[in-house]
Ligand binder design. Structure first.
Ligand code: HAS
Ligand code: CU
Length: 559
């Protein structure tokens, strides 16, 4: 870990010179936190899967209730794992993208410390059964103020990273006046700028409502208004989870398979559309909520379908890059290129399988988003069927695939147990497909989500026997896959052979590079402004209806 040379002036730079030891340790530290979150959160999945067939093991897993385990599952996986992994991965990619260290070491280390303290506070509150409120923490359910403080710190950690990325881009621009931002740096900044706008809802919710309310400074709150704030962030967060995976799919996997990406502009455009359309969509989680005008729900319906578009662009563009790689490796015919892809590389295989699952994840999302179809699936197990194919696989299995080169890169040790890692990826793939098939079908029969079916008196009224078995088997396979993953990780970290050559971060080539890019596509401030205007149109009319607030609900402990 060499100290950096100055990289100003844009001369030829050796990559290892840009990674400062004092910026690398917070990156490694956050990766460790992410993996701890994945391990503990994932293990809870076993309890939930087996619950579906009446095997109730939460007591054996030291939980007071099913819901305590489910809270750990949601919070550690959806917030800790995703946030910590993104902070680490996107920071590292930005350093490589801008060919310079991050602008602020203080912010880089601050992101680690806030993530660590936030995790400890939230974990303490949940493990002591003081915050069994699931990952949506809807008012008026009471949770310990330590939980809200912890959650706030996790978000602050991501915002420190966002600020650091924006400052790093600024510094790069000062060093390269008039030049286009390098794509690899740009996509990371867009991801975090989108999130900065998106996190506003939950920041206001926690800081101005739930935290003071849990401390007793506010006696009551307005649960319906709080839900609007929650879902303001709650949809866009899914793209904050997804976009780091897209960075890998667009700009790394093509390199790993030997293909080129169609064009720099197209990738920029996809990320900009995600910035513009991700946030003004939250009401599609509230189609059945009373007190919100139908016309506003329909506005969000349209923006939701707009944000599907960049994902469709991604599907075709990434597929084309894979095809380019497969053909370069000798694949012929309509589909022959698929078998020529390097399926033996665990990092590639995991991400290809993640992409395939995301086709179904996206399709079920479109079902959810279709206003009247939502009436059929809302609050049923169809929804967890959907999101285990999106965040639970498209994102998680991609992050796992990324870690198969990232951990060797960071530790200087070769990836061990490659066949085990391949088995891990396939087991996850098969597991999630069975799991989602079970959840989706049971959901269509009316099985509620977030319910301990194993203990429910109405269990036999829903004739979802086979479906629940598929859920249980698939979920168990995913947990076993997770165990294999941690064997590979620990084996690599503690017993991996030392690499003789430092690894390169894989970076894809473009068929049409940045020179053809319209300058508009580099003007982040402009697109941010458009995003803010859309958010105002989508939210202000609804929020005005809620003023003055009906703060009537004291905190209620339901667990
Ligand atoms: Fe969603 C609920 C709508 C995407 C996560 N979603 C959730 C919840 C979560 C979640 C966690 O409209 C539950 C929240 C809760 O607790 O209540 N979702 C959508 C729509 C999309 C979508 C329209 N969701 C995601 C992503 C998530 C995620 C991404 C996480 C990362 N979702 C909803 C709605 C609800 C909802 C409603 C509320 C339901 C309710 O009633 O409560 C779209 O963005 C999806 C677009 C995606 C595509 C797929 C493109 C495919 C690609 C892969 C290409 C494959 C290749 C492979 C290249 C159109 C890019 C080639 C490989 C070879 C080997 C050849
Ligand atoms: Cu959503």
């Amino acid at each position: 870990t060499a100290r950096a040379r100055t990289v100003a002036g844009g001369g030829a730079v050796t990559h290892e010179g840009i990674f400062l030891a004092e910026q690398l340790w917070p990156i490694k530290g956050q990766l460790v936190l992410a993996l701890i979150g994945l391990a503990i959160g994932g293990l809870m999945g076993l309890m939930q899967a087996l619950d579906r067939v009446g095997i109730v093991i939460y007591k054996a897993m030291l939980m007071q209730t099913y819901y305590q385990g489910l809270t750990i599952h949601g919070v550690l996986l959806a917030f800790l794992f995703t946030f910590a992994f993104s902070n680490a991965f996107v920071s590292l990619v930005a350093i490589r993208g801008f060919e310079r260290p991050l602008a602020s070491t203080f912010l880089a280390q601050g992101a680690f410390w806030t993530m660590l303290v936030g995790t400890l506070l939230a974990a303490y509150a949940i493990l002591t059964n003081q915050a069994t409120v699931l990952f949506t923490f809807y008012a008026p359910m009471r949770a310990s103020s330590l939980f809200f403080l912890g959650a706030a710190l996790l978000v602050i950690s991501t915002l420190l990273t966002a600020l650091n990325l924006v400052l790093t881009r600024r510094a790069w621009q000062r060093e390269h006046p008039g030049e286009r931002t390098p794509l690899l740096g740009f996509v990371g900044v867009v991801t975090y700028v989108m999130w900065a706008l998106a996190s506003l809802g939950v920041v206001v919710l926690v800081v101005f409502f739930l935290l003071p309310w849990s401390l007793g400074w506010l006696k009551t709150t307005d649960p319906q208004f709080n839900r609007i704030l929650f879902w303001y962030t709650g949809h866009a967060i899914v793209y904050f989870w997804l976009m780091p995976a897209y960075i890998s799919w667009y700009l790394m996997v093509p390199r790993q398979v030997g293909g080129r990406v169609f064009s720099d502009s197209l990738v920029r455009l996809a990320f900009i559309l995600l910035l513009v359309f991700s946030v003004p969509t939250g009401l599609h989680h509230q189609y059945v909520d009373p007190g919100i005008p139908t016309v506003m729900k329909v506005v969000h319906l349209f923006t939701t379908f707009s944000v599907v578009f960049p994902s469709l662009v991604t599907a075709f563009t990434v597929m084309a890059a894979l095809e380019d790689g497969g053909r370069a490796r000798g694949g012929t015919g309509l589909l022959g290129w698929i078998w020529k892809l390097p399926w033996g590389d665990p990092s590639v295989a995991a991400q290809l399988l993640a992409m395939l699952v995301f086709i179904l994840g996206g399709a079920t999302g479109i079902v959810n988003a279709s206003y009247n179809l939502n009436n059929v699936v809302h609050n049923t197990s169809f929804v967890p069927g959907h999101f285990h194919m999106t965040v639970g696989t498209a994102v998680t299995l991609s992050f796992i695939g990324i870690s198969y080169w990232l951990i060797p890169f960071l530790t200087g040790r070769e990836l061990m147990g490659r066949r085990l890692a391949l088995a891990q990826a396939w087991l996850w793939f098969v597991g999630v497909l069975l799991f989602a098939r079970g959840q989706i079908a049971a959901g269509l029969l009316g099985e509620p989500r977030r319910s301990s079916i194993g203990e429910a008196p109405y269990r036999d009224l829903i004739s979802a026997g086979l479906d629940n078995w598929l859920t249980a088997i698939g979920g168990t396979l995913m947990v076993i896959s997770g165990l294999l993953y941690f064997i590979v990780v620990l084996w690599t970290v503690f017993a991996g052979r030392r690499l003789t050559q430092p690894l390169e971060i894989p970076v894809a080539e473009m068929r049409f590079g940045a020179r053809e890019t319209s300058p508009r596509l580099d003007q982040l401030g402009f697109w941010f402004l458009i995003a803010v205007i859309l958010v105002a149109i989508a939210y202000i009319p609804t929020i005005l209806l809620y003023l003055p607030l009906q703060s009537v609900s004291p905190p209620i402990k339901v667990y």
